[in-house]
Design a protein around this ligand. Sequence first.
Ligand code: UDX
Length: 425
Amino acid sequence: MIGTGYVGLTTGACFAKIGHEVICVDNDSNKIETLNSGKMPIYEPGLHDIVKEMVTAHRLSFTTDIKTAVHNSTVCFIAVGTPPRGKGEPDLAYVENVAREIATSMEEYLLIVEKSTVPVQTHKWIRTTIERYNRTGTPFDVASNPEFLREGSAVNDFLNPDRIVIGVESDRASDLMKEIYKPLNAPIVITDSASAELIKHASNAFLAMKISFANALAVVCEASGADVHQVTCGMGMDKRIGPSFLDAGIGYGGFCFPKDLRAFIHIAEELGYDFKLLREVENINNEMKLRFIRKIQSVLWNLQNKNIGVLGLSFKPDTDDMRFAPSIDIIAELVHKGAHVRAYDPKAMERARKIIPGIEFCSKAEDVAEDADILLLLTEWSEFKQLDLTKLKKRMRVPIICDGRNMLKRTEIEKQGFTYLGVGR
Ligand code: UDX
């Protein structure tokens, strides 16, 4: 497994868990050192235990030495980053470098699997690169095996997938991939490589579209006196629609949706299609953050010198990931408008400190309420449901809660004497 980010590390550890021997490779020696000393570079529920167990069972190891890893492997997964460049097109330099290193290291048949989210046709470039740089004519196959892991539930998503998508060009590769995933006993979809690459983009874009649909609907609900939660529950009961990914709020964040959507729009454009629908999905998502600020202003009037308590910073609960978290833009705007922000997050404080300047971080959730003119809920961590509202109210200057994730029950909050603002309700 080349690359020990969220995807590589989770996939590698879980492959070991289901019975394989896995060598995880990364060129970041600090990361490998951290892993070899028994620590985790990321927080992902359940992952640390699996890593410990598998290292002890000698089925999982970590190294910076790609050559030895390739020599000792039958299948080599590429799970390195594909960060966005200027216009959102993914930077594939890391993928190419790894393909070249594999090419110069392999001595026997190798199945090379792209796990990173890459533009359609990348498998062809991997194939060409390996053909060019492997001078010994070693036989190989290239397959595409996109991941659908969600941060915070990545282990469970790996072990209980809705489907496993495998794009292959040969029976040998297909058989190997099926064998690898056999212990999971999950539905396997075998396609050509280009289709597998597109399944990943299409799935993420469709999910982002569902969220933006719910958010646009929230605006209409708010204006008409309807409750978006009730509307999406009613819609979601139609099996053709489904109930998930229809939660309105301050919009999606994280390292996948924003980046993958940009990349897919760019890929479509390169292929001659202007995917306007997806541009609008992005616009709606960005707009939700601005609308949230306006909502705060609608109750506080001026933000200059107002004290604002923020609960939740990570882009979603059960992760310490701050990448493209809506909280970043929202807080930046509040600070820009002269507000004093106090914030708390159960897991993401360390990462948040590095990227959100000009605010105070509190070590307890209750402390953000001190002298606050409003409390904002930006990530739906379940522990926020247990907060003692009476205590919070006593510490606040004005008891207003603005719930950016529609997590709290309006009636309960109002019963405690708070003014409650949700999104689309
Ligand atoms: C996503 C995909 O779900 C996963 O299949 C892919 O492999 C990687 O990208 P992830 O980014 O971990 O996973 O998070 P996800 O749980 O999908 O949530 C993404 C964002 O959408 C979060 O910011 C979340 O708060 C937001 N969201 C999700 C909503 O605003 N409303 C919803 O109804 C669902």
